[in-house]
Design a protein around this ligand. Structure first.
Ligand code: 5RP
Length: 234
């Protein structure tokens, strides 16, 4: 049986299709479980004749899209996208987000910026007053990653985050390597007082490829509640 949280994620995906996805659109498909529910729902509409040109934000979403019969276009061939639909790890009411729990933040940010519009889909548990409870992922090149980590720690202190704990993400005792061949540093911040400034500062550090703060991308959210209802915030 599906959990209430998964039902809420699925409901958000259905609602975003109803309200925001239009025939003929060029669409960016996000990553993570919420986005995968959305992609599976979208597959049903495509099978019923909805015409879309789609590209994705991760190899895992490529697999789900192909499984449900969505033909994918190379991101280099698609041009400007009309809409990207993706999920957050945390989102506040100004649509600032932490993303990258699934290590796909770099491709997600590229595709979000290549789009005229981004709408976020989530269940209600992802909404926060202030970002920072979810560890902030920072994607770094493998070379000298410990030097980069020191500089990231320094930037966090400069932005009011005093006791952050930074850990290189591991799985099965091996470092996680992203779709672009990089490591992820998870930064336990507690609270992020100035997300927009920190997003820019982190990206100025040599060795940082991208970070999981998304402060300029999303123009709205479609939220699934655990009671089965949904709402839109724009
Ligand atoms: C992957 C992401 C995901 O979009 C984010 O982690 C949300 O995932 P989920 O829908 O499984 O909670 O940023 O890098």
């Amino acid at each position: 049986m599906m959990s209430k949280q998964d039902e809420a994620k699925k409901a958000a995906g259905r609602r975003v299709i109803q309200e925001f996805v239009k025939d003929g659109m060029k669409l960016g498909l996000g990553s993570g479980t919420t986005s995968h529910f959305f992609v599976r729902e979208l597959g049903k509409h495509v099978a019923n004749g909805l015409k879309l040109t789609c590209t994705t934000t991760s190899r895992s979403t490529n697999d789900v899209a192909r499984e449900v019969g969505i033909v994918l276009t190379d991101p280099n061939e698609i041009g400007e996208l009309d809409l990207t639909v993706d999920g957050p790890d945390e989102i506040d009411h100004q649509f600032n987000m932490v993303k990258g729990g699934g290590a796909c933040l770099l491709w997600e940010k590229i595709i979000a910026h290549a789009s005229k519009r981004m709408i976020t889909i989530c269940d209600e548990s992802k909404i926060v007053k202030t970002l920072g409870a979810f560890p902030l992922p920072v994607e770094v090149v493998q070379f000298a990653w410990k030097q980069t980590e020191r500089m990231v720690a320094h930037a966090l202190v400069q932005h009011g985050i005093k006791n952050a704990v930074i850990e290189r993400r591991m799985r099965d005792e091996q470092p996680v390597v992203t779709d672009s061949g990089n490591f992820i540093l998870d930064c336990r911040c507690g609270v992020i007082p100035a997300p927009a400034e920190l997003e820019i500062a982190l990206n100025q550090i040599p060795g940082v490829v991208e970070n999981g703060l998304f402060t300029r991308e999303s123009q709205g959210m479609v939220v699934g509640r655990f009671d089965g209802t949904t709402y839109v915030e724009l």
